[in-house]
Design a protein around this ligand. Structure first.
Ligand SMILES: Cc1cc2nc3c(=O)[nH]c(=O)nc-3n(C[C@H](O)[C@H](O)[C@H](O)COP(=O)(O)O)c2cc1C
Length: 327
C-alpha cells in the first residue's frame, strides 16, 4: 500500500470533501503535490489532428476554472478537460454539495456549475502554457432560460475558441434544472448550429448522461452525424441510486449525480451501444468508474479512443495514471 492509501486518503476522507478538493487544487496549482509524471511520449496517439501523450484525461469538473492546466501533465494525464464553464459567472448550489460514499467507491455531487464564467477562464487560459491538450467543457448558465441555451453556449464558445483543442457541449449534468432536456434532438441541433456559426472546424463533442434510453441515444447519434461532431463523451454522472452498498439513507438520497464505481457498468453499456450504432469514424470518450488498469482496458476494448476519470483519481491518488498505463 502506498503513502496515499495508507495515510493521506484516510486523513483527507475525515475532512469535508469540498474543502479537501480546494486544498488539493491549491497545492496542485503551486506544484506542491509530488506527481508521478510519465514520460510525455510514453503512449502517444494522434486523434482528430491532436497529439495526445496518452489516452487518459482528467474529466470535467475537477479543474472548472482552468487553474492548474499547466500542471496536470505532472500526474501523467494525457489531456485535461476544463469546466464546465458557463457564460455567466455563477456560485453554484449551496454547500454542502459534495458527498463521499466510500463503501461504494462513489461520490454524489450537486455542485451546479460553480465557475468564474467564460471571459475570466479565457483570460486565464490565454496566460497558460499547458503541455498536454486541453478540452473545454461548456454548460448553460443557471439564469439563462432553456430556450436561449444555444446563445449561452455560443457566447462561451466565442470567448474560449482559441484556447481549446476540443470543445464539449455538456447537456448531461443533473444539477442545472432542465439541462438534460437539451439532449433532445431539436434543442441539441440548435446548440450545435449556433456553435458552427462561430467556427465550423473546431472539434466538437457532446457529453451524455448514462440515464438515456436507447431511442434517445439514437437521437444524439443522429445529431452528432448531421452536425459533423468529432465525437461523443459517455458518460456523465447518474441520477439512479440502484445497487448501492451504502445503507445511510440520508446520504444515498442526497440530490445530485452519482459517480465512481456504481456508474461503471451503465456507462460501459452506453459506450458499447454507441460503438455499435454510431459511425465508425466517430471518436468515443469513455468515462465513468475507472479505478484500475482492467477498467481502463475494458473501456478501450468497448471502443473508446480516449478515456477520462474523476472519482477514481480521488480514491486512487496522484500516482494513479502511471499505474493505469502499467508503468
Ligand atoms: C464533484 C464532481 C463534479 C463534476 N463536475 C462536472 C462538470 O462540471 N461538468 C461535467 O461535464 N462533468 C462533471 N462531472 C462528471 C465527471 O466529469 C464524470 O463524467 C463522472 O464523474 C463519471 O466519471 P467518474 O466515475 O470517473 O467520476 C463531475 C463529477 C464530480 C464527481
Amino acid at each position: 500500500m502506498g503513502l496515499y492509501d495508507s495515510i493521506l486518503r484516510p486523513i483527507a476522507f475525515r475532512m469535508d470533501p469540498e474543502k479537501v478538493h480546494e486544498r488539493a487544487m491549491s497545492l496542485i496549482v503551486r506544484g506542491l503535490i509530488p506527481g508521478r509524471e510519465t514520460p510525455l511520449e510514453s503512449n502517444p496517439v494522434t486523434l482528430f489532428g491532436v497529439k495526445f501523450p496518452n489516452r487518459i484525461g482528467l474529466a470535467a469538473g475537477f479543474d472548472k476554472n482552468a487553474l492548474a492546466v499547466d500542471n496536470w501533465h505532472r500526474f501523467g494525464f494525457g489531456y485535461v478537460e476544463i469546466g464546465t464553464v458557463t457564460w455567466h459567472p455563477q456560485p453554484g448550489n449551496d454547500k454542502p454539495r459534495l458527498f463521499r460514499l466510500p463503501e461504494d467507491k462513489a461520490l454524489i455531487n450537486r455542485m451546479g456549475f460553480n465557475n468564474e464564467g467564460a471571459a475570466s477562464v479565457a483570460l486565464r487560459l490565454g496566460k497558460s502554457a499547458p503541455r498536454i491538450p486541453v478540452g473545454v467543457n461548456l454548460g448553460k448558465s443557471k439564469i439563462t432560460e432553456l430556450e436561449d441555451a444555444h446563445e449561452d453556449y455560443r457566447k462561451s464558445f466565442e470567448a474560449l475558441r482559441d484556447h481549446g483543442n476540443y470543445f464539449v457541449v455538456n447537456v448531461s449534468s443533473p444539477n442545472t434544472p432542465g439541462l438534460r432536456s437539451l439532449q433532445d434532438k431539436e434543442p441539441l441541433l440548435k446548440i450545435f448550429n449556433a456553435l458552427r456559426t462561430v467556427d465550423d472546424k473546431k472539434p466538437l463533442f457532446v457529453k451524455i448522461a448514462p440515464d438515456l434510453e436507447e431511442s434517445m441515444i439514437d437521437d444524439v447519434i443522429d445529431v452528432a452525424t448531421q452536425m459533423k461532431l468529432t465525437g461523443i463523451i459517455a458518460t456523465n454522472t447518474t441520477i439512479s441510486r440502484g445497487g448501492l452498498k451504502t445503507t445511510d439513507k440520508k446520504l444515498v438520497e442526497q440530490a445530485g449525480g452519482l459517480s465512481g464505481r456504481p456508474v461503471f457498468k451503465r456507462s460501459n453499456e452506453v459506450l458499447d451501444y454507441l460503438r455499435r450504432n454510431a459511425p465508425e469514424d466517430m471518436i468515443l470518450v469513455g468515462v465513468g468508474g475507472i479505478f484500475d488498469r482492467v477498467d481502463y482496458e475494458q473501456k478501450l476494448a468497448l471502443g473508446a479512443q480516449l478515456v477520462q476519470l474523476y472519482t477514481g483519481w480521488i480514491y486512487g491518488g496522484p500516482g494513479m495514471v502511471p499505474k493505469l498505463l502499467g508503468e
